[in-house]
Ligand binder design. Sequence first.
Ligand code: ADP
Ligand code: TPW
Length: 585
Amino acid sequence: MATVSTPGGTATADVLPLTDGFHLVVDALKLNDVEVIYGVVGIPVTDLARVAQASGIRYIGFRHESDAGHAAAAAGFLTKRPGICLTVSAPGFLNGLVALADATTNCFPMVQISGSSERHIVDLKQGDYEELDQLAAATPFTKAAYRVDRVEDIGRGVARAIRSAVSGRPGGVYLDIPAAVLGQVVDASAGAASLWRVVDPAPRQLPSPGAVDRAIELLAAAERPLVVLGKGAAYARADEQIREFIDTTGLPFLPMSMAKGLLPDDHPQSAAAARSLALRRADVVMLVGARLNWLLGHGEAPQWNPDARFIQVDIEPTEMDSNRPVAAPLVGDVGSVMKALVERTKPGQIAVAAPWHQELAARSAQNVAKMSQRLNADPHPMGFYGALRAVRDVLHQHPHAYVVNEGANSLDFARNVIDMQLPRHRLDSGTWGVMGIGMGYAIAAAVESGAPVVAVEGDSAFGFSAMELETICRYRLPVVVIVLNNGGVYRGDGINTASADPSPTTLMLHAHHDRLIEAFGGKGYHAATPAELTTALTDALASGGPALIDCVIDPTAGTESGHLTNLNPQGVTATDTAAGAPPKR
Ligand code: ADP
Ligand code: TPW
């Protein structure tokens, strides 16, 4: 039976101790090991945050629910437990919903707990304070959505939300708790008895031996096998099993962006520097916690070998065959599947032919040489590569630092330039390519790990969550934000030929983002050369406190939509043409 906290009343012999909905929600969360809540307070959840804080749960108060939600989602990815986001009714709830939907899309476990208005008034649309049918609104964007209508169901609601978020394919869960339920007072012992701890919320899921052997046989017969590691593999925390499988088989592997560091980026079997060749030539591809979605060109030619055969390791059975036929489905959790693969592979059964390794190694060497030319070119004004070389080199001295990354060019270039040594240390815009995850993810990484965080941000991307600099300073988090400032969405040289207004992609060219953090007592830096950036980042990391480096980048650097120009439909009368911009593909 759970112990229960009370709203401050003292029990006497003739008065039964009482509790209420606020305390029961907090007790239920504590019972299920929740340590941090990310949120924004207001009616009707302000007391929930206070009670949580008094109970020892850490409450991190944000300036916008979207950022609190992104933080909760990142916490879910980093800890393999549901990140909790707390929002107020209607507008606050809706602000959080983007992050909840994004968590579902990214397969991160998260629970958004929101207060809501009086049910009977909402349901008859009588116009209550912040009236909205939140359960109905959340349902299409979530893995599961629940409402607690009676105080005695709080324990059940929390248990269902937690299990739904982390079991099977993780995702975003909505838990609606109307104000009336939060304020309802009940007998404390009955309240305590209504709570429970979820047993084994994310049970292991083992593949059948036949399915494992089928995959091994396919790999054994391959001439040019390839393993693709996705963020599901990073999330699974099966680091040892994955390492053992890759090391014992000698298979080349390709990490998706958030799987970087699962095996170190300088691992000899990494095919990252020969990515396009690897995709185009591989004849058997094993996807591990990675979907064959747009990020992998749906597995289709010309990016892929049209005859490639696929093995897919995924906890979600319906993911199989979503894009290409899967010849060897391995439905299960990554840890169990990789362990079974290691156990059932006979010594020497999977051997990678030397020519394939040589082909990949030769292309990698070529591409590394090309990349180092770009990195060392040092144009004036500074371009993305010069800046990112400086960031990469400083981060080599700080392998434990977390890297958060968003933007278009800032994302595409940094993903390739900044190598990772440790699993789950890189967080980025993810499956949807969302701008605005930056400060929320950075805050969660700092809060959950205590380690330094470096957020590499496009100037446009940064703007989406910039006000959370105040949150970073208020909690004195070890976050260093680098704004790659080229004065625009994508580029800073957009031209509007129709009127005196700035072009749609234009932002303030000479903005000093460093002054934003100074408003809150953080340290601001301004860097216009790689050397200045090196000094600033070194100093900022040494200081351990919040800092922002405004890094001036050539406004003509980068391309519209970064590496996604092919997805960008081109209008016939585009007025926002950037002078000298390379033609869109
Ligand atoms: P990426 O974007 O890195 O390619 P995706 O987000 O597309 O990765 O894919 C992640 C996949 O991992 C999802 O299909 C999800 O079902 C799967 N997944 C998440 N957790 C696990 C786990 N513990 N075991 C197996 N698969 C998992
Ligand atoms: C929630 C569309 C994709 S990338 C981007 C936007 C607005 C910003 C690119 O400029 P930035 O980066 O950040 O300065 P860089 O390095 O190219 O200069 N709203 C949301 N998500 C997305 N993806 C967009 C808009 C977009």
